[in-house]
Design a protein around this ligand. Structure first.
Ligand SMILES: Nc1ncnc2c1ncn2[C@@H]1O[C@H](COP(=O)(O)OP(=O)(O)OP(=O)(O)O)[C@@H](O)[C@H]1O
Ligand SMILES: [Mg+2]
Length: 491
């Protein structure tokens, strides 16, 4: 039925084209009055004979043969429709050679329906003459055909619907990338403030994350709400961005959570290394280059930037204990004091987070991670800048169960009770649990991995007890020494 319809339309349009050609020759030989009369008559006749309207979406545009975004969106939309219904499809490797793409055949047609209105799509091509100086020999385009009665619906709502769906499909299937600005990637100073990128293929998902189910659900809902709130942000006049602060001890899954977030929303990830950014201008340049759907990550914010140039000596030793890479951000407000390593200032960073670049459009998540939330400047993490604060903490039994399922495909085991008891008595990070659950050889069985975890936790517990004992002894010694000192001073 649709095939006949398209055939009739094609014949009709070629007849009309031939007629128009003859008319363009004849009209030059007619007097003015007759020419106008016939012109009006022909237009009325044509519209009566052919009540169908055609819209073309060409693949290549302009002299530089840029691929049209509208064409790509139409293609994605039609291919998704076609792959569900058609028996004849073309299979090709995608641009990144990682997945198969199913496409429409040339001159194949597809009938679509929108609010009860039928439309027809055809994939056509123009073959250019061999002598043409054009670098390509053929140009493809999609033709949309519909009855003129539905002009308003189709040119308004339907095309909007096709573009939106097409763009969403493309965003879901596109190969995402991980960008980094770390210095040393480029030798030339010109390139030092640019991003370099690789394919982003982190396997982390929310399903494989060991964290409280409620917290997980809350984050997922928050992310989905954000990604669908374009109109809301436009209405309240705010840049479409959201800040997340992830904090917790090393190995509790902050970086893993970022990968899971990127996978959930299909965003690119920009790993911003602040120590490699020379000044505020460079920071702005980097930001302007980020893609529309992206997560901008600043890891270990407390040690990536020394915003005051001063460091508290007293805290140095404790810092070294946890992570000797840590340096301080003192909470002195928005003063533009210079760092010893770079001219990047706190206010520059805050402006960056506040979205002075909101003119760039697009949805952006900004994620800061830290092991020491208490050391961060309150100005940096106040709501509006970091809208959501998420604590990632030591492993509990629910988290352990997720990891046991991931690593050993176990849902229950006789050793689980002992593990639950130990998890309540001692602190162990999900990273340490994961390390113990990972089979070390192909022949390793679940029992061996679980025993190794139990041993590790028992050792940690003993070390904990020993540490507490040592602390209490030193406190006792200090107090008795203070008492002795007071007595000697009295005498
Ligand atoms: N909550 C978790 N769920 C699942 N796996 C986890 C979790 N936490 C840690 N892991 C595992 O431990 C490894 C290290 O975790 P990750 O790098 O995310 O920790 P982090 O909090 O970013 O640590 P750091 O503060 O040192 O950067 C990951 O590769 C992951 O396999
Ligand atoms: Mg990390």
């Amino acid at each position: 039925m649709a095939r006949n319809m398209i055939h009739t339309l094609a014949t009709m349009s070629s007849t009309i084209e031939s007629f128009m050609y003859v008319w363009s020759i004849v009209r030059n030989h007619l007097p003015y009055e007759l020419r106008d009369f016939f012109q009006n008559f022909i237009l009325t006749l044509m519209s009566f004979l052919n009540p169908y309207i055609q819209i073309s979406f060409h693949e290549l545009l302009g002299e530089r043969l840029r691929t049209s975004r509208a064409y790509l969106a139409v293609e994605a939309y039609l291919n998704s429709k076609k792959s569900k219904t058609s028996k004849r499809l073309n299979a090709e490797l995608g641009k990144d050679s990682s997945n198969l793409v199913l496409t429409m055949d040339e001159y194949d047609r597809l009938t679509d329906e929108f609010r009860g209105v039928k439309v027809w799509w055809v994939l056509c091509k123009v073959v250019l003459s061999k002598r043409s100086s054009y670098p390509v020999q053929e140009k493809k385009y999609y033709k949309l055909i519909f009855h003129k009665r539905y002009r308003e619906t189709i040119t308004g709502s339907y095309l909007e619907h096709v573009m939106r769906e097409g763009k969403e499909i493309r965003a879901r299937h596109r190969q995402r990338r991980l960008y980094t600005n770390s210095a040393g990637n480029h030798l030339s100073p010109y390139y030092q403030c640019m991003w370099s990128d690789i394919v982003f293929e982190h396997p982390a998902t929310f399903e494989t994350m060991a964290m409280d189910l409620e917290k997980k659900q809350e984050i997922i809902e928050d992310l989905f709400t954000f990604s669908k709130s374009q109109d809301f942000y436009a209405r309240i006049g705010k840049a479409w961005k959201r800040g997340y602060l992830l904090y917790g001890p090393p190995g509790t899954g902050k970086s893993t959570l970022i990968a899971a977030m990127a996978n959930l929303l299909c965003y690119d990830v920009y790993d911003l290394e602040l120590t490699a950014v020379k000044d505020n201008t460079e920071l702005r340049k980097l930001l302007i280059e980020t893609s529309r759907k992206s997560i901008i990550v600043i890891e270990d914010i407390d040690c990536s930037l020394d915003l005051t140039g001063k460091r508290k000596k007293a805290d140095k030793s404790s810092d070294n204990e946890t992570k000797n890479k840590h340096k301080e951000v003192s909470g002195k407000g928005l003063k533009e004091e210079k760092s010893t390593r770079s001219n990047l200032t706190l206010s520059g960073l805050l402006n960056f987070i506040d979205g002075l670049w909101s003119a760039c459009g697009g949805e952006r998540l900004i994620v800061l991670t830290t092991n020491h939330v208490e050391k961060l400047d309150p100005a940096l993490i106040r709501s509006g800048r970091m809208d959501k604060h998420i604590e990632l903490s030591y492993c509990n039994f629910n988290g352990f169960k997720v990891l046991a399922k991931n690593y050993l495909n176990l849902e229950s085991h006789r050793m689980f009770d002992r593990i639950q008891q130990l998890l309540e008595e001692t602190k162990i990070t999900p990273a340490d649990v994961a390390e113990n659950l990972m089979p070390k050889t192909f022949s390793d069985e679940a029992d061996k991995c679980l025993s190794s975890l139990i041993e590790a936790m028992e050792r940690a517990k003993e070390a904990d007890v020993a540490k507490k004992l040592k602390e209490s002894i030193s406190i006792e010694r200090d107090t008795s020494q203070n008492g002795d000192d007071k007595e000697t001073s009295k005498t």
